[in-house]
Design a protein around this ligand. Structure first.
Ligand code: CMC
Length: 434
C-alpha cells in the first residue's frame, strides 16, 4: 500500500482534503478523489473524461508516448506474430494464454454457438436493400436477447459466460450475412470444420455455385487486423459497453450500444475515410498539391496521427508489413489506389510538417488498404472492426460484472443553464425580442 497522497485545498474556504494516489502495474498514477463531494462539496470537471480513469482493469495497457500496447501483459507485436485470433480471445477473456487442451475446448465452445436462430434472418429482410451493414449489426445484435432466453440472467455466472461466448461466436455470422444481404446473395451458414477467420471469409465471400478458394496470405492479413483491433482499453465503444452494463443491462444490448458508438467516423470509421481520400487523390501525381492543401489546414491527412500514440502506433508498424506482404502476394502493388497510398506514405513521412508534429501513419491507414485488397466494400470496414472488438467488449463487461462493488455509472455535470425561476402562465408570456 503506497502512502503517496495529493492534498487538495479549497482557497475559498481554506478546507483541505488528502486524496490517496493509486499506482497501477504500469502507467500514470491516479488520484482517488471519490471523497471530494463529501469532503469539499465539489465534483471534478473533465469533459470527455480524458483525464479520468473510469475503472480498474487488468486487461489492456497502452503507453502512448512509448508506443506500447499490451494484452494481459503480452506485447501486441508478439501476439500478432505468433498467436491466432481465437487464442487472443481466450487470453483477453480469461487472463492467461491457453494450454493446447484449453484452446481446443474453448474453440469448440465458441463453435457450438456460431449458428443464428432462423428467426433472426427475418430481421435482415426488414432492412432496405441498400441499408448500411452497421445499422443491421446494431439491430440484429440488439435482437439476440429476444432469442436466447437460456442465458438472460446476468447475475448467474454461467449465463454471463454463455452470453459472452455467443457474442464472440455469432458476430461473424451476423456480419457476413449483412454483407450478403446488401449484395443480394443468399444467407450463408457457419462451417465449424473451419477456424474462426477461415469460417468468416467463407461465410462472407463464398457463393453457392462454386467452392471458395482461400488465400492464406489474405487470411493471415485479416487475422492480424483482428488481433490488433481486439481491445484498446477504455475507448469510446468499450466505455459505452461498460456504462450500459453498469445498469445491469444484458450483454447483447450492451454490445449493440458499443456497435452504435463504434459506427461514428471519429472512432471506427477512419479507415473508410482513408480509402475515400485515396480515391479523391486518384493518382500519385496529385499527392504534392493534396499535401499542400493539408498544410494550409484545408483538411487532415486521414490515417495519420493519434490521440494517444504520439511517437508511433505499434499496431501500424505490424500492419504495415502485413499490408506490403499482401499487396505483393495479390500482385496489387501497381493498382492506382495502392500505388497512391504507398507514395503518400513515403512523401508524408519525409515532410517536415508531419515530422515536426509527430504525425505517423496509424493503424487505420493500412487496415483500410488491406480490407479493400481483400474485397470488402467500404461500408463493411467498421463492421470488421466490430467483429474484432467484440471480444474486447465482452472481456471488459465480464471483468466489470465480477467486481463486488459494481455500481451504476453516473457522471455529474457543471450546470450552466437558467437559474431557478418560477413558471409563467401562458397569458403573461411575452415574445422574446431577438
Ligand atoms: N493531418 C494533418 N495535420 C494533422 C493531423 C492529420 N491527420 N493530425 C493532427 N494534425 C495537426 C493538427 O492540425 C495540429 O497542428 P497545429 O499544431 O499546427 O495546429 C497538430 O497536428 C496537433 O493536432 P491535434 O488535433 O492536437 O492532435 P490530436 O491528438 O487531437 O488528434 C487525431 C488526433 C487522430 C484526431 C488526428 O491526428 C486526426 O484527425 N487524424 C486523422 C484521422 C484519423 O486517422 N483517425 C484515426 C485515428 S486511430 C483510431 C483508433 O485508434 O482507433
Amino acid at each position: 500500500m503506497s502512502n503517496h497522497t495529493v492534498t487538495i485545498t479549497d482557497n475559498a474556504t481554506g478546507k483541505s482534503m488528502i486524496c490517496p494516489v493509486k499506482m497501477g502495474t504500469h502507467g500514470h498514477p491516479v488520484i482517488d478523489c471519490q471523497a471530494l463531494p463529501k469532503e469539499l462539496g465539489m465534483f471534478t470537471f473533465d469533459p470527455a473524461f480524458v483525464t479520468t480513469a473510469s475503472c480498474e482493469s487488468a486487461i489492456t495497457f497502452i503507453d502512448g508516448d512509448k508506443g506500447i500496447l499490451l494484452y494481459r501483459g503480452y506485447p501486441i507485436e508478439q501476439l500478432a506474430e505468433q498467436s491466432s485470433f481465437i487464442e487472443v480471445c481466450y487470453l483477453l477473456l480469461y487472463g492467461e494464454l491457453p494450454t493446447p487442451p484449453q484452446l481446443e475446448e474453448f474453440t469448440w465452445s465458441v463453435k457450438k454457438y456460431t449458428l443464428l436462430h432462423e428467426g433472426l434472418l427475418g430481421f435482415y429482410r426488414g432492412f432496405r436493400h441498400d441499408a448500411h451493414p452497421m445499422a443491421m449489426l446494431v439491430g440484429i445484435v440488439g435482437a439476440l436477447s429476444g432469442y436466447y432466453h437460456d442465458s438472460l440472467d446476468i447475475k448467474d455466472p454461467e449465463h454471463r459466460h454463455r452470453s459472452a461466448l455467443r457474442l464472440v461466436a455469432k458476430m461473424p455470422t451476423i456480419a457476413a450475412n449483412s454483407y450478403r444481404y446488401i449484395m443480394g446473395r443468399p444467407f450463408s451458414y457457419p462451417r465449424n470444420d473451419l477456424d474462426y477467420v477461415h469460417n468468416f471469409m467463407n461465410m462472407t465471400f463464398s457463393i453457392p455455385s462454386e467452392p471458395y478458394v482461400f488465400n492464406e496470405t489474405a487470411i493471415r492479413a485479416l487475422e492480424i487486423i483482428m488481433i490488433l483491433h481486439a481491445d484498446h482499453e477504455q475507448n469510446a465503444s468499450t466505455s459505452t459497453v461498460r456504462l450500459a452494463g453498469s445498469s445491469q443491462a444484458h450483454p447483447f444490448s450492451c454490445a449493440a450500444a458499443g456497435i452504435a458508438t463504434l459506427w461514428g467516423p471519429a472512432h471506427g470509421g477512419a479507415n473508410e475515410a482513408v480509402i475515400r481520400m485515396l480515391q479523391e487523390i486518384a493518382h500519385p501525381k496529385n499527392i504534392p498539391s493534396y499535401i499542400e492543401r493539408i498544410k494550409k489546414g484545408d483538411f487532415r491527412l486521414m490515417g495519420f496521427g493519434h490521440r494517444v500514440y504520439k511517437n508511433y502506433d505499434p499496431r501500424a508498424k505490424i500492419i504495415r508489413e502485413s499490408c506490403h506482404r499482401l499487396l505483393t502476394e495479390l500482385n496489387a502493388e501497381h493498382l492506382p489506389l495502392f500505388e497512391t497510398a504507398m507514395e503518400l506514405e513515403r512523401i508524408a513521412l519525409e515532410d517536415s510538417y508531419f515530422i515536426e508534429r509527430k504525425l505517423y501513419p496509424n493503424v487505420d491507414f493500412y487496415s483500410g488498404i488491406i480490407l479493400s485488397a481483400l474485397g470488402f466494400p467500404l461500408n463493411m470496414f467498421t463492421v470488421m472492426f466490430a467483429v474484432s472488438r467484440t471480444i474486447g467488449w465482452v472481456a471488459q463487461w465480464m471483468e466489470m460484472m465480477d467486481e463486488p462493488n459494481m455500481r451504476i455509472a453516473r457522471p455529474r455535470q457543471l450546470y450552466t443553464g437558467a437559474a431557478q425561476r418560477n413558471y409563467i402562465p401562458m397569458s403573461q408570456r411575452q415574445t422574446l425580442k431577438s
